[in-house]
Design a protein around this ligand. Sequence first.
Ligand code: ATP
Ligand code: MG
Length: 354
Amino acid sequence: MRLGVIEGDGIGHEIVPPTRLLVDEALAVVGAPKVEWVPLAMGHSAIEEFGAPLPEQTLTALDDVDGWIIGPHDSASYPQEHRRGTPPGGVVRKRFGLFANVRPARTFTGLRSVASQMDLVIVRENSEGLYADRNMFAGAGEFMPTPDVALSVGVITRAASERIAHTAFRLARGRRKHVTIVHKANVLPMTTGLFRDVCFEVAQGYPDVRVDDEHVDAMAAHLVRDPSKFDVVVTENLFGDILSDLAGELSGSLGLAASLNCSDTTAMAQAAHGAAPTIAGHNRANPSALFLSAAMLLEWLGDRRSDFLLTRASHRISAAVAGTFEAGTATADLGGLASTSTFTEHVLARIHRR
Ligand code: ATP
Ligand code: MG
C-alpha cells in the first residue's frame, strides 16, 4: 500500500511525522504489510523547492497513491504572489473530487468538554451549496450587479445529494443506525428541499437505519442542548461547515477534531484545525486530531479492500488515543501537561498493549 504524506506548514512538522510513525507501529502490531510512504511537498517548503505552495509534482504524485495524510497549510504567511487563488486544501479537494467531508465529534473519558456525552459524525457534502465551484457559473457564483447589491448562487444537485446520502447511510450501518438530515426547506425549499427529499429517497434503501430531519437552526440548538441524541448527521456544505465546528468545540478542543475527505476511490486524512503558527515549533501541539484522522483513513482503506488487518490497526490507534486520555495524559490545549512528543510516546506505548 502506498500512502502520500504531506507535512505542510506550522505544527504540521510536529504532528505529521508522529502520525506516520503511529500508523507504521499499528500496522506492525496487527501483522499487516508495511506502508510505502511517499513524502510530498506543500506550503513554505514547496515554495522554496518548487516555487509554488502546491506544485504540480505533488498533485501528480497523489494520482499514484492509495490515500494520503495531509498537514495544515498557513496560506496567510506565504509571500504575496503565492497568496492568490484557491488555498492548497481546496485545490486538492477539487482535483480529486473529494465530495465527502466526514467529521466525527465525540467526548472522551478523562477530558473536560462542554457536552457531557456525545459521539456523532457529521457528513458534510463538500462540493456544492453556496460554496460550489465558482467555475460552474462561468466565474459568477458570487457577483455584484451594482456596487450596492451582491448576489450569491447556491447549487444542489440530485447526483451529489444521492452520493453523500449513501455515504451517510453506509456509515450509520456500522454505528447506531440513525441518520439525521439537516436542511432549511421551510425557507430554501428548492435547494435544501431537494437535498432533503433525495436523502429521504436514499433512506428507503436502508430500512434498518432510522432517519429523521431537522432545520439547521433547530439543529444548532439541539446540538448544544443534547448532542447525545445524534449519531450520523448529513447536510449540505455551508451548514456542515458551521455545525461541524460547533460539534468539535462541544467535544473539547480543536486539537481533537479529526476528518476524512473522500471520493469513491481515494481518501485524505486531515485534521480540521489549521497550522496554529503561534504554537508551532514549541512541541506543544496536540497531535490527536491527525492521529484520529489517520485511523479513519485506515478504516476507509480496510473497508474498500476488505482487509480486516487495516480495520484492526485503525481501532488500535483510536483505542490508544482514548486510553491515553483516560489515563490522564493530555496536551496543553486540553488542560494537560504533556508535550507533543510525550503524548506521542504514551500513545505509541499503548499501541503495543493488548
Ligand atoms: P486556518 O485558517 O488554517 O483554519 P485558524 O485561524 O482557524 O487557521 P488554527 O490554526 O486552527 O486557526 O488555530 C486556532 C487556535 O487553536 C489557535 O489558538 C491554535 O493555537 C489552536 N490550535 C489549533 N490546532 C491545535 C492543535 N493541534 N493543538 C493545540 N492547539 C491548537
Ligand atoms: Mg480555521
